[in-house]
Design a protein around this ligand. Structure first.
Ligand SMILES: Nc1ncnc2c1ncn2[C@@H]1O[C@H](COP(=O)(O)OP(=O)(O)OP(=O)(O)O)[C@@H](O)[C@H]1O
Ligand SMILES: Nc1nc2c(ncn2[C@@H]2O[C@H](COP(=O)(O)O)[C@@H](O)[C@H]2O)c(=O)[nH]1
Length: 204
């Protein structure tokens, strides 16, 4: 039987660079992760593609997915629903592959309850001022939404104690190196690999 993959949860305030760092992680030649595409009721931003960046849903469709138990976790964040499809995550982990979730903290808390053995990483901005510069510089949010997202950011940063690791995104490649090192270390954690070695001893 194949060993299960690791569920890697990357959180962090809006604009810290989760998407940028995740894409850089996936672009490394030795990347062996699967990205779980989330569902959302948010309207697509310019350039976003349904089924690539998100599965874009109406509120009715999303609430139906909740009722049918199709989401591993979900949260309402700054006026929209966001959620993780449960079947994809479970099937991919069962197949032995690591799954990467990029989600906010309320959702991460739900995942922690269901998958306490997951690997939880919080991406931290070098400062709140830099965070605001990044959200503003991205040019995707109105002034009101930037304000709401900054408010959410302050609350999220207070909840970082539930994460296993905090990585500061001062430089994308440095953050990616740290995430790689954390995941590699997790693959060697004794409770993950011990059965494999015991089996090896039994065979010899
Ligand atoms: N280390 C960095 N230094 C400077 N700018 C960065 C860094 N990382 C990301 N950025 C920039 O910050 C902006 C926000 O990044 P990104 O969209 O990846 O954030 P996010 O955390 O995924 O946001 P959201 O949660 O709102 O989707 C982008 O313009 C990106 O180019
Ligand atoms: N709880 C969840 N949060 C999610 C999910 N997918 C994305 N997110 C987070 O929502 C905010 C806003 O995202 P944006 O694309 O509108 O900027 C951000 O923190 C995302 O990481 C999810 O499935 N569940």
């Amino acid at each position: 039987m194949k060993d299960k993959g690791i569920l890697i949860v990357l959180s962090g305030p809006s604009g810290v660079g989760k998407g940028t760092v995740r894409k850089a992680v996936f672009s490394r030649p030795d990347a062996k992760f699967e990205y779980s595409i989330s569902m959302t009721t948010r309207k697509p931003r310019e350039g976003e593609v349904d089924g690539v960046d998100y599965f874009f849903k109406t509120r009715e469709e999303f609430e139906d997915l909740i009722k049918k138990g199709k989401l591993l976790e979900y949260a309402e964040y700054v006026g929209n629903y966001y959620g993780t499809p449960v079947d994809y995550v479970k099937e991919t982990l069962e197949s032995g592959k690591d799954v990467f979730l990029e989600i906010e903290v309320q959702g991460a808390k739900q995942v922690r309850e269901k998958f306490p053995e997951g690997l939880f990483i919080f991406l931290m901005p070098p400062s709140l001022e830099e965070l605001k510069n990044r959200i503003t510089g991205r040019g995707t949010e109105s002034v009101e939404l930037i304000h709401d997202r900054m408010e959410a950011a302050r609350k999220e940063i207070e909840l970082t104690s539930m994460y296993d690791y905090i990585v500061v995104n001062d430089d994308v490649e440095r953050a990616v190196d740290k995430i790689y090192a954390i995941v590699q270390a997790e693959h060697c954690r004794s409770e993950r690999v011990i059965d494999q070695y015991i089996k090896m001893l039994e065979v010899e």
